[in-house]
Write a protein that binds this ligand. Structure first.
Ligand code: ADP
Ligand code: MG
Length: 410
């Protein structure tokens, strides 16, 4: 039997001790404080954020910790337990395309806050994390969000104190990732890390112009009292061309919306006065000889609908009934959006065969992680079945995380 490898979340004390020690070892004296932010997992609503759609993430118990101290000058010095050496730059030199390396995610947040008119100076900071990198669990957003709440506190901005202020921190973190780190992601990850609540999922609506209260609605998602848990499987699979494929999917969505004369694919929804999916597909047909555009559109529109219905069920306390939506989401991502891969399909198939209530890939795809909704009593059975299936297939052993909906950046 293949024993599953579990990736435990650090306690708050453990994380704080680690970054405090790293800070003290790397710079003179002590940090002004320690902050942290979670990775995230998306329950449903994949590739919908850049289509003005709906997503439903929860925060992981796994967090990135940052110990930070402001400086008198505009220098930024960063160390990470996950990276070599010291990353250094002057704040005044930070601009789109001007900096390389992991520090762009942190310094980029300071740059974006300054761009938004806030007064932010230089700082020294130490980072450590139990969020796996590149696993589709948003270690990048956890890093940005940890930096955002730390800078908010030391600069006395007070943004983290309200949901509306947190929406501003989301925007700064997103701009850091898009414009300074150069990764074209849609805002889901940063919203989840900064705005999720413990015991809740966060129903995100990416229609432009919504107020914070409408753009992010907490939905109670109490798994434990339903004897359920969320199992996350990091497949460790990393396929090449991921960012190129992501760009191609985004471009296809934009092209389809343009052909339909819409601002976004979200506007196809009849509930928003749109023409509905059937007519949209008919109108696209003459422009779409190989059917690729229509498959992409069908995924996006059906996924937004599934996300709304999934959230309704959760709101009604019927978390045990969401399994079919997870499976339909996975099939749509696999067959219509074509972003799954062998490893993600194997998690879904082997978890379902071992008694999971639902399972799907999560995150952008082509590797990364999958999730399974599992009865507490079945966790070990399901994890062993998935680990065994990977071993039988000769694949790298995956890592398993338990993911009760956890607290946001603080
Ligand atoms: P994901 O967000 O899915 O984990 P990304 O590729 O978006 O994957 O982000 C991973 C990148 O974020 C890393 O390559 C690194 O540059 C940066 N990063 C995240 N966490 C840390 C950390 N603790 N220390 C240093 N860099 C980090
Ligand atoms: Mg990321």
């Amino acid at each position: 039997m293949t024993e599953p490898q579990w990736l435990e979340a650090w306690t708050a004390e453990d994380g704080a001790r680690r970054v405090d020690e790293l800070f003290t070892r790397s710079f003179d004296g002590s940090p002004e404080g320690v902050w942290s932010a979670p990775g995230r997992v998306n329950l449903i609503g994949e590739h919908t954020d850049y289509n003005a759609g709906l997503c439903l993430p929860t925060a992981l118990p796994h967090r990135t910790f940052i110990a930070l101290r402001p400086r008198e000058d505009d220098q930024v010095r960063l160390v990470s337990a996950q990276a070599e050496g010291v990353w250094e730059a002057r704040l005044s030199d930070i601009a789109p395309g001007a900096v390389q390396g992991w520090g762009a995610y942190v310094a980029g947040v300071a740059w974006a806050l300054a761009e938004a008119g806030h007064k932010v100076g230089g700082f020294d900071a130490a980072v450590d994390s139990c969020v796996p990198f590149g696993a589709g669990l948003s270690s990048s957003a956890a890093l940005e969000a940890a930096a955002a709440v730390a800078l908010d506190a030391v600069a006395g901005l007070g943004l983290a104190a309200s949901d509306a202020g947190r929406a501003e921190l989301v925007e700064a973190s997103r701009r850091a990732e898009n414009e300074i780190a150069g990764a074209p992601t849609g805002g889901l990850d940063q919203s989840a890390s900064l705005r999720c609540r413990e015991g809740h999922a966060l129903l995100l609506d990416f229609r432009p112009g919504l107020k914070p209260l409408e753009s992010g609605v907490p939905v109670p998602f109490d798994l434990a009292t339903a004897d359920l848990t969320l199992l996350v499987v990091d497949t460790k699979a990393e396929h090449s061309h991921v960012s190129g494929e992501y760009g191609a999917r985004r471009a296809a969505c934009e092209q389809a919306a343009q052909l339909l004369g819409l601002g976004s694919l979200r506007e196809i929804a009849p509930t928003l006065g749109g023409i509905g999916i059937d007519r949209a597909l008919t109108e696209l047909e003459p422009h779409d000889p190989d059917g690729v555009l229509r498959r992409r559109v069908r995924h996006v529109v059906s996924e937004i609908d599934r996300t709304a219905r999934f959230a309704d069920l959760v709101r009604e306390g019927r978390a045990a009934d969401v399994g079919p939506f997870m499976l339909a989401s996975h099939a749509s991502l696999r067959d219509d959006y074509e972003v799954s891969c062998r490893e993600l399909d194997l998690v879904v198939d082997s978890a379902m065969a071992a008694g999971a209530l639902g399972a799907r890939m999560t995150g952008g795809g082509f590797g990364g992680s999958a999730i399974a909704l599992v009865r507490l009593s079945d966790v070990d059975t399901v994890a062993q079945a998935v680990a065994g299936a990977f071993a039988d297939a000769g694949l790298t052993a995956p890592a398993f995380l338990l993911a009760p909906p956890s607290a946001p950046a603080a």
